[in-house]
Design a protein around this ligand. Structure first.
Ligand code: 13P
Ligand code: SF4
Length: 315
């Protein structure tokens, strides 16, 4: 289908149906351009909490749609492709986490937002990469904490806070893929460039980086920094927004290990396309459903995160 047709139909349908299109920064450029709202996972959750729309089309991955549905159960939440999952969320099945919690009694459970609703239902407080350090620090220093599922984010938080949280051994297949050798070669090629990385990257990438932060924090940083060039170690979709906000700066995607490709894309995020967005808005399917009891239990730790973030002005 022609892109011009898709754009005008999406525009007509969202107005007729009072739908809002929300997109994560890792979506393809066409989707980011047409979205009513673009954000990181914290911003998308907040937006879902306050939207007046009847339908939320969540252009991101499944756990983001689930989070929106749990926060706004009265709204219809659609996702362009139901197969848009997350390797990090998959690395932590709820029954295995439940057994881990039982094996380590007396621990507070802090889960990254990249988890299923069933995992959130076992959790005391949810975090995103934007607010994780502040939320962990809101607990007493001697609090015993289980943190999951991302081992890289978990050890990064441990190193910043001096804590020894017990870490779930999960990871994201995209952020674990960045090649140290190729990044070092890029740093030699662009000696003035800053290396900036998402905290889901492996420790040796984080240690080499000039700045580490969530997608929203990375975007904020490139706007504020005096540097003109950046090597960006996260999913390459974020470069669209960086380039849009800073047209005179240069953004170089950090390359993955086993690929001839120069940038690193999340295969799940990229399942969503403009055509699938149009079809899902037209047919109102696929729709995200969360079992009522699971949603009830998962809401509490999500709401706790939103409240702490609100109180501390985290964005
Ligand atoms: P953010 O919380 O930075 O949006 O990251 C979400 C994600 O999936 C990172 O891979
Ligand atoms: Fe999940 Fe990694 Fe894709 Fe983010 S980039 S959605 S953590 S698989």
């Amino acid at each position: 289908m022609e892109k011009a047709f898709l754009r005008s139909e999406i525009d007509r349908l969202r107005r007729e149906k009072n739908a809002v299109i929300m997109a994560h920064y890792y979506q393809e450029k066409d989707i980011q351009e047409i979205a009513d709202f673009i954000g990181d996972s914290l911003a998308l959750a907040r937006q879902a909490a306050k939207t007046q729309a009847d339908i939320i089309v969540l252009c991101g991955v499944h756990f983001m749609g689930e989070t929106a549905k749990i926060i706004s159960p009265g709204k219809k939440v659609l996702i362009p492709d139901m197969a848009a999952g997350c390797s990090l969320a998959d690395s932590c099945p709820a029954p295995a986490l439940e057994a881990f919690i039982k094996a380590h009694p007396g621990h507070t459970v802090i889960s990254y937002v990249n988890t299923s609703a069933a995992v959130k239902a076992l959790t005391d407080v949810v975090v995103t990469s934007t607010n994780a350090v502040q939320i962990v620090n809101s607990f007493p220093r001697d609090e015993k904490i289980i943190f999951g599922p991302d081992r890289n984010l978990g050890s990064y938080i441990n190193s910043l806070t001096g804590r020894q949280m017990l870490l779930w051994d999960g990871a994201c297949h995209v952020h674990e893929q960045f090649s140290l050798d190729k990044i070092i070669a890029l740093k030699q090629q662009y000696p003035q460039a800053e290396l900036i990385a998402h905290p889901e990257c492996k420790q040796y990438i984080i240690e080499l980086s000039d700045f580490v932060g969530s997608t929203a924090a990375l975007i904020k940083h490139v706007r504020q920094s005096a540097s003109q060039q950046f090597i960006v170690a996260t999913e390459s979709g974020v470069l669209f927004e960086m380039q849009r906000l800073c047209p005179d700066k240069e953004f170089i995607p950090a390359p993955p290990e086993d690929s001839s490709c120069a940038c690193n894309e999340c295969s799940y995020m990229r399942l969503n396309t403009l055509e699938k967005l149009y079809l899902c808005l037209r047919d109102e399917t696929p729709e995200i459903q969360v079992d009522k009891e699971t949603a009830r239990k998962a809401l509490r730790p999500i709401q706790r995160m939103l409240d702490i973030s609100e109180k501390n002005h985290l964005s």
